[in-house]
Design a protein around this ligand. Sequence first.
Ligand code: CA
Length: 229
Amino acid sequence: MAQSQPCVLVVEDEGAQREVLKYNLEAKGFQVVMAENGDEAMLLVAEEQPDLIVLDWMLPNVSGIEICRRVKADPSTRQIPIIMLSARSEEVDRVRGLETGADDYVVKPYSVVELMARLRTQLRRTRPASMGERLSFGDIILDAAEHRVFRAGQPLHLGPTEFRLLSTLMEKPGRVWTREQLLDRVWGRDIYVDTRTIDVHVGRLRKALMVHGGDNPVRTVRGTGYSLG
Ligand code: CA
C-alpha cells in the first residue's frame, strides 16, 4: 500500500445503513470512522481529520446540510470532500440549490458500486497516490500503482517507508507537513512512533533521491517539519 489508507467518516443515524457502508468501505481497504449524529460528526472531523465524509441528509437534530455547511466554512476542513446521501432526488435538487458546498450527491437507495466509484473520483483528486495515480514533481516521477520511483528517467530504490513518505509529500508539493502529520499519514493514526524517527527516514529518502545526482528536493522547515520543493 502506498500510504496509510484513506479514512472515511460515515455520518448516518440508521444503524443498518451504517454497517453496510462500513462493511463495504473496509472491504475496499478504507479506514472507517462512524458517527450517528451531527455532534459526533463534528467531533470526529476535528479529531480524525478524515479524507472524505459520506453524509446522510436526514439526521436528528443537526441536519446533514448544516454539518456540510460547517465543514465547508472552516478553512482547516473545507478541503475534505463530502458526498451527501439523500432519500429522494428532489432533496438532491434542494441540496444543490442551497449551495452547501457538497462535492457530490447520491440518491438512496444507491448501488454500492456507484457510491464507491464516486468516492474514488473524489479521492483521486485529494489523495492521488493512495488511489494508484502517477505523480510527478520536477524530474521525479512516482508511479503509485507500480510502486516505482524515477528521477531524471533513472529508477530509484526506496524502502517502503521512504516510498510512503515521498508519495505523501508529492500529493501536496509546497505544503509544510509537521512531523506529527507525517507520522499519521505514513505510519498510520494509531501507531506510536517517536517523531525523531521521521528525521531518520527523511534522511534516507533524500539520499535515495540524490543517488544519481540532482538537488535535494525535501526542504526542512525549521521548527515545523518538512516540505517538498
Ligand atoms: Ca438518516
